[in-house]
Design a protein around this ligand. Structure first.
Ligand code: PMP
Length: 410
């Protein structure tokens, strides 16, 4: 017997950082979907937040030019001067924020910035407030640092937006961060000026609490309302606000792995230490592509947004025929967060009782051939998430399977 590839389980011991955390629910769902597809099953997947569009042509050209010009070496660890200047320009132009280069970092996706900022600032015993539903990775990253995610449920009737008095009650001397994502993955909720105002007033009273703001979906807004970000609203609090953003979603560049952020110098210095001991820098060619995405023409962003808007309508129409699903038309992002509790306790044709969201999503995946993400991974088990970053044909088929699956429950 060839024993070379047999791993003895007793030898492998994960670190303490991994004791509470595994791969994200979304990567698990992606892996199961691929497994089932390999077995010949026909599965449609409106589950992943991965734009199906190609990167804009001018951005592809910029990457090719960078390769040909020999821009294939390490760059400064927080980004080349060119990409940092592009980020600086973007923040000034679109958000009215005048960051200096030492207040800016460019990272391997926004995820690496979120990770580095927590790595650089929290320790066991610290608390991080996460309004739920929240993007899956926030709580896991916080747990990996040994800190404690404090999950603050928001209410559908408040548009899934954190209310200032709930925040006030949750803050303790151990609170280090509040993290808000607007537009929100998974609900699509957008914080307006009047939503951020009272939250910033609470934070003003608690100087130990810093504010991480994830603006990743800034360009995917379907309402006629200006996008606002807290550092713009309260310049006096900017010395404890980290504004996170990236090119993944707006420019269909998820695989290029470029995120960026602006924040106070001491924090950014600490983030640079983490980067210098982990990624060194992000891909030089992707940096050149991101600089072009931010500096160049923005018509592709408008085109994508128009397509997402159409798909959002398609999904809303299709869902309206599954009577026990409750949902709102999302104001932003390409997600819809659907309340499935009308079907809780129902029986599948195979006789399985739907006791929780995992059971529902498992039924939809294995029995109905449609992959969606359980709400518990976003801190809200009464829901599941679909993504409309997939082609219209996938969405139509996915919605049909969800409807048929729901109708078959008794
Ligand atoms: N924030 C949110 C809310 C996201 O949904 C995602 C990606 N799904 C990220 C951050 C990470 O983006 P990136 O690809 O830049 O790492």
């Amino acid at each position: 017997m060839n024993t070379a590839n047999v791993v003895a389980p007793s030898i492998f011991k994960p670190s303490r950082a991994l004791s509470k955390v595994g791969p994200s629910a979304i990567s698990r769902m992606m892996a199961t979907t691929v497994d089932l597809q390999r077995q010949g099953r026909n599965i449609v997947g409106p589950h992943v937040g991965k734009p199906d569009f190609d990167t804009p042509e001018n951005v592809i050209e910029a990457a090719i030019r960078a390769m040909r010009a020999g821009e294939t070496h390490y760059t400064a660890l927080d980004g080349s001067p060119a990409v940092k200047a592009a980020v600086q320009g973007k923040f000034a132009r679109e958000n009215g924020l005048d960051f200096t280069p030492d207040e800016i970092v460019v990272t391997t996706g926004a995820k690496m910035l979120l990770f580095s900022a927590f790595f650089a600032t929290v320790q066991p015993g610290d608390e991080v407030i996460l309004p739920a539903p929240y993007w899956v990775s926030y709580s896991d990253i916080v747990e990996m640092m040994g800190a404690k995610p404090i999950i603050l449920p928001t209410r559908a009737e408040d548009g899934f937006r954190l209310q200032a008095d709930d925040l006030e009650r949750a803050i303790t001397p151990n609170t280090r961060w509040l993290l808000i994502n607007s537009p929100s993955n998974p609900t699509g909720a957008i914080y307006r000026k009047e939503d951020y105002g009272p939250i910033l007033e609470v934070l003003e009273r608690h100087p130990q609490v810093w504010f991480m703001v994830d603006d990743m979906y800034e360009h995917l807004i379907y309402k006629d309302e200006p996008f606002v970000t807290p550092a713009q609203l309260r310049p006096d609090l900017r010395n404890r606000i980290l504004t996170v953003n990236g090119v993944s979603k707006a420019y269909a560049m998820t695989g290029r792995r470029i995120g960026y952020g602006g924040g106070p110098v001491p924090l950014m210095k600490a983030v640079r230490v983490v980067l210098s001991q982990s990624t060194s820098c992000t891909c030089s060619i992707a940096q050149a592509a991101a600089a072009e995405a931010l500096n160049g023409p923005q018509d592709a962003v408008r085109r994508y947004r128009g397509e997402y808007r159409k798909r959002r309508e398609l999904i809303m129409d299709e869902l309206s025929t599954a009577p026990k699903l409750a949902y709102n038309s999302p104001d932003g992002t390409f997600y819809s967060f659907i309340d499935w509790r009308g079907y809780a306790g129902k029986k599948t044709p195979a006789g399985r009782i739907l006791t929780d969201d995992e059971a529902l999503c498992d039924y939809l995946l294995r029995d109905c051939g449609v992959a969606v993400i359980p709400g518990s991974s976003f801190g809200s088990p009464g829901y599941f998430r679909i993504s409309f970053a997939s082609a219209e044909s996938v969405l139509r088929e996915g919605m049909l399977r969800i409807r048929t699956g729901c109708t078959a429950l008794s």
